[in-house]
Design a protein around this ligand. Structure first.
Ligand code: NG1
Length: 492
């Protein structure tokens, strides 16, 4: 799947699920009309990247454990066309524009003025540009093409549905397409490039979002493992009786991952890396620790899922203890202060009084085990019992995110309680947490009553009219309609 070429399409068929295609074709038309109006010439292409919902497996991608996301049908579109001078980005949603001066090669580091202190949508566009410049124009002496771009997005930002990854992927695709480089990469290359590009904005992300946005196919959630290398497996959706679906509910608390990175996302990345190092004296991830601890046989490119499950079951009881101060943590690693700073703090800034290495480790290992069980139940049977089991795993995942990884917040906890009360089989936060969305497993025929019940009980929804409510609470089937196709050639 990672070796496949990046697809290009000339029609919308198959990109969206049937019920959404009509709304979307009007949106695409509006985007091209607006492009022509604003720039005075037609768009030649539209590049598209979807957001994703993570069904289970939170904060374990950067420890290299497998996760279970699915693309959603909300996406970022960038209409584009070449121009003869510098590039210009405009946004349909924000009514803002930015000019990217054409950088003149050769340079060691392109200067694109990415603002890492505040959440700015255009930073993610610039991050995509940076990666393309670096890979294709660094030493070639060639000039990149100037581009006009008009961006339109339906993935709410700061909601845990990966609007940032969708923006980076769409922008990377735009710069590749306009510079005729798309055919030189496969899907796997694009995932690696998008992950590196997004890190330039200031968050040390794992790889789940970009992989889900690029590799998803309709009607299939993905099990993505990162060790020993990126390996996505499509998990077919079995039809169940009664039929179930996933409902996404936005807490309407924005999770500002970038601005709060020091005390939240980046701190968790450091805590999990340092926790993995204890006793081993090298920079290593929890997945690699488990591999050594269980004497996993190397040599194969794919994970032995059964052996991994057994190893996780054995290592979990070994992890216990309380938080450590910075000095205690450095002492536990056996490193000198300056070596520790070089290895763990030279690339990231964090803020904490106590570093909760053991709680984080316990979350990582138990969550990794839950992902494997979720995968097994999704594959094995369509019975009601097995769906109850999926729901139970989602509930446990939320409790672990709340109590051990401490990435929930009162709004998400409340939505989860309300979802359970409204009949969900399972409910949990999705994405980085600290705000954003929950995902709940619900019987399909009960979705309208489920949504009505949450609407009545969750105070931030009180003032919303029906149209606005559809943007914040909606049902989705894993992979349904999001597709893996991104570049639309010769549009319309
Ligand atoms: P969000 O903030 O939901 O896009 C982030 C990371 C993921 C993963 C999840 C937690 C980025 C781009 N994405 O997702 O890689 O670690 O948190 O599971 O930082």
């Amino acid at each position: 799947m990672t070796d496949a070429p990046i697809p290009t399409l000339s029609s919308l068929a198959g990109v969206y699920p049937v019920g959404r295609a009509f709304i979307e074709s009007a949106r695409w038309q509006h985007l091209t009309d607006e492009f022509a109006k604003r720039f005075g010439h037609p768009a030649t292409h539209i590049c598209r990247a979807p957001g994703r919902v993570n069904l289970i497996g939170e904060h374990i991608d950067y420890a290299l454990f497998g996760v279970f996301p699915a693309a959603v049908d909300r996406d970022i579109l960038i209409a584009c066309a070449p121009r003869s001078d510098s590039s210009e980005i405009r946004s349909q949603n924000m009514d803002e524009s930015n000019t990217l001066d054409r950088p003149s090669p050769p340079v060691d580091a392109w200067f694109l003025d990415i603002d890492k202190r505040s959440l700015r949508w255009e930073s993610y566009v610039k991050a995509g540009y940076f990666g393309v410049l670096n890979r294709f124009f660094r030493s070639s002496g060639a000039e990149p093409t100037g581009i006009n771009m008009l961006v339109d997005g339906t993935v709410p930002s700061g909601s845990g549905l990966s609007s940032s990854a969708a923006m980076v992927v769409a922008s990377t695709l735009t710069f590749l397409t306009m510079n005729n480089k798309l055919a030189q990469l496969n899907k796997g290359d694009l995932v690696h490039m998008a992950v590196e590009n997004e890190k330039r904005v200031g968050v040390n992300s794992g790889g789940m979002d970009q992989a889900a946005s690029i590799l998803s196919l309709p009607h299939h959630p993905l099990y993505i493992s990162f060790y020993p290398k990126l390996a996505p497996t499509q998990i077919p959706l079995i039809s169940t009786n009664p039929a179930t679906c996933f409902v996404i509910a936005n807490s309407m608390k924005v999770s500002d991952k970038l601005v709060n990175a020091k005390a939240q996302y980046n701190l968790r990345v450091v805590e999990t890396l340092v926790g993995a190092r204890i006793g081993l004296n090298e920079k290593i991830t929890f997945r690699e620790v488990l591999s050594r601890w269980s004497r996993e046989t190397q040599g194969s490119d794919t994970e032995d899922v059964k052996a991994l499950e057994i190893a996780l079951e054995q290592i979990i009881p070994e992890v216990e203890r309380d938080g450590l101060t910075l000095d205690e943590m450095i002492e536990a690693t056996g490193l000198s202060n300056s070596n520790f700073n070089d290895i763990y703090f030279s690339w990231v800034e964090v803020e904490a009084t106590y570093f909760q290495l053991h709680k984080r480790a316990k979350h990582v290992y138990t969550e990794a085990l839950r992902v494997l069980k979720f995968r097994k139940h999704s594959l094995s049977s369509s019975s009601e019992d097995s769906h109850k089991e999926l729901g139970r795993l989602m509930d446990e995942s939320h409790a672990s995110c709340r109590d051990l990884f401490e990435c929930s917040c009162p709004e998400l906890d409340e939505l989860v309680v309300l979802a359970k009360r409204a009949g969900a089989w399972g409910s949990r936060l999705t994405g980085a947490g600290w705000g954003g969305c929950t995902v709940s497993l619900v019987i399909e025929s009960e979705v309208p009553a489920f949504i009505a019940s949450i609407r009545r009980a969750y105070a931030p929804y009180e003032a919303l009219d029906d149209i606005r409510l559809q943007d914040v609470v909606f049902s989705t089937k894993p992979g349904g309609g999001a597709g893996g196709e991104f570049a639309l050639r010769s549009f319309p």
